[in-house]
Ligand binder design. Structure first.
Ligand SMILES: Nc1nc2c(ncn2[C@@H]2O[C@H](COP(=O)(O)OP(=O)(O)OP(=O)(O)O)[C@@H](O)[C@H]2O)c(=O)[nH]1
Ligand SMILES: [Mg+2]
Length: 457
């Protein structure tokens, strides 16, 4: 990518709309737009952050009446000269104006290229740039809130604080080597170790909470599992408030899994209905059951549905249930057990289920409690949200590498492996953290990040 290029793209969604916005950024943004305006022939003479009425002209014909917003470098989103043309909505007019701009010296922007320029020009650091896409794709209150916090630099601030602490330890450490008196050296050594453990515990904390931060952006995956006919699809439909999944009295109705997104208490939940776990009789059933196990593997939480009706008690289901449960327990998954079809249990037998989560999926009785339990399992408090949270697997992976380096530094220091080993480990730890905020980057990494964006952002 040429940082000097002038780029252009439609920044609003295409389709029928009141207005559309075309954004142009780069050294020649003003000159490019001037060429197609009827009246304003010297945009750089105008004050920054002003809006001007004009007409777009093509071969002396009026294409549209527009408003031109002017942002002069460095006071713009990208840090470069930027023009935003607000034209009438609708794809024909908008595409035509974009075409004219491209004919007059700009090139079409790649996805996320405006934000990439903002990053390269130091307007945003990498976590803040990533927050931009998270804000655009936020589906729920909490994913939005955590993205806004990241855009405000909460995560960067935390990372920079840790970076400073690593640097301080390095300085202390280097000074300590010069001490010849053993007493002073011993004392200094214990302080250095204490500081290293402090850094490690801050990284631990970031990583522990990071998993939850990722849930906020990418959603918390919940799979409804259990035996055939237990009422999984009925519960799924109640949770997604839509008759999305087919329900019949025939065991084995659901053969392939079904996924829906819902918001619970401001959290994004990806909820899966799956095929009943049993020994598949047909090929289709067996493949469906295999897929259920795949979903179980990737789920953050399982809702295990039991059919507790009298009729189901008389079958051999109990034993089968236990076998499958043992199998899932091995996977060490977080589990909420749901006792369904409570309406088919006689009044005196209901006592057995006191204190358990019982439902009647036909009426929706107990579904609210299921929702509350799911939210409880996510376990992110309001307090955590305002702190700097890791929000994607890229950040989590790099912070993990940094923690490994700190662990190595602790052990090389404790074992007196030599100055250069510990210094090297500390250097590695810093470099990883610098990668999180983008002080150290490479083109591949940037492309992976910015390719997630839409064109025009
Ligand atoms: N009385 C009663 N019937 C229920 C309840 N929940 C589900 N059913 C009935 O049980 C049968 C099976 O329900 P489904 O929701 O299809 O069960 P499933 O677990 O998805 O079944 P498979 O997809 O075959 O594994 C249907 O006839 C439902 O109407 C309940 O709480 N009470
Ligand atoms: Mg089903």
């Amino acid at each position: 990518m040429m940082i000097d290029d002038t780029i252009a793209a439609i920044s609003t969604a295409l389709g029928l709309a009141g207005i559309s916005i075309i954004r142009i950024s780069g050294k020649n943004a003003f000159q490019t737009v001037e060429k197609i305006l009827q009246n304003h022939k010297n945009l750089s003479a105008l004050k920054t952050h002003t809006i001007h009425y004009d007409k777009i002209i093509n071969h002396k014909k009026i294409v549209d009446n527009v408003l031109i917003s002017i942002f002069k470098e460095p006071h713009s989103y990208t840090g470069e000269n930027v023009v935003e043309i607000s034209c009438h909505g609708g794809s024909y007019v908008t595409q035509n104006i974009l075409k004219l701009i491209l004919q007059n010296g700009a090139r079409l922007a790649q996805p996320g290229e405006f934000t990439k320029k903002a990053f390269l020009n130091g307007k945003l650091d990498l976590t803040e740039a990533e927050a931009v896409i998270d804000i655009i794709s936020a589906k729920t209150k909490h994913s939005h809130e955590s993205a806004i916090n990241q855009l405000e630099g909460k995560l960067s601030k935390k990372i920079n604080e840790i970076l400073k602490k690593i640097k301080d330890v390095r300085i202390q450490f280097e000074l300590n080597i010069d001490f010849f008196e053993e007493d002073i050296q011993k004392k200094e050594e214990s302080i250095i170790l204490e500081n290293l453990y402090q850094i490690k515990s801050e990284l631990d904390d970031l990583i522990d909470k990071g998993e939850k931060g990722i849930f906020l952006q990418q959603g918390f995956t919940v799979a409804i599992v259990g035996e055939p006919n237990a009422g999984k699809s009925s519960i799924f439909n109640k949770l997604v408030e839509n008759e999305r999944s087919i329900v019949t009295e025939i065991p084995g109705t659901t053969t392939d899994y079904i996924e829906e997104d819902i918001a619970l208490d401001g959290y994004l939940i990806k909820i899966f209905d799956t095929a009943g776990l049993t020994k598949g009789k047909t090929l289709v059933e067996s493949i469906g059951i295999e897929r259920s196990y795949d979903i179980i593997d990737k789920a953050n939480l399982l809702l295990w549905v039991h059919d507790i009706s009298e009729q189901s008690r008389t079958t051999s289901k109990g034993r089968l249930n236990k076998n499958i449960r043992d199998e899932i327990k091995v996977k060490n998954k977080d589990l909420i057990e749901i006792y369904n079809k409570i309406d088919l249990v006689s009044v005196d037998k209901r006592k057995e289920y006191e204190g358990k989560l019982t439902t009647n999926a036909l009426t929706g009785e107990g579904i609210d409690k299921v929702k509350q339990n799911i939210v409880k399992k996510i376990g992110i408090s309001e307090l955590d949200l305002s702190a700097g949270l890791i929000s994607n697997t890229r950040q989590l992976a790099i912070v993990n590498i940094s923690r490994n380096s700190i662990n190595k530094a602790i052990s090389s220091y404790k074992n007196k492996l030599g100055y250069e080993f510990t210094a090297f480990d500390l250097q590695q730890a810093s470099e990883s953290l610098e990668e999180v905020v983008g002080k150290i980057t490479n083109e591949d990494m940037l492309n992976t990040i910015f390719n997630r964006f839409c064109i025009g952002k």
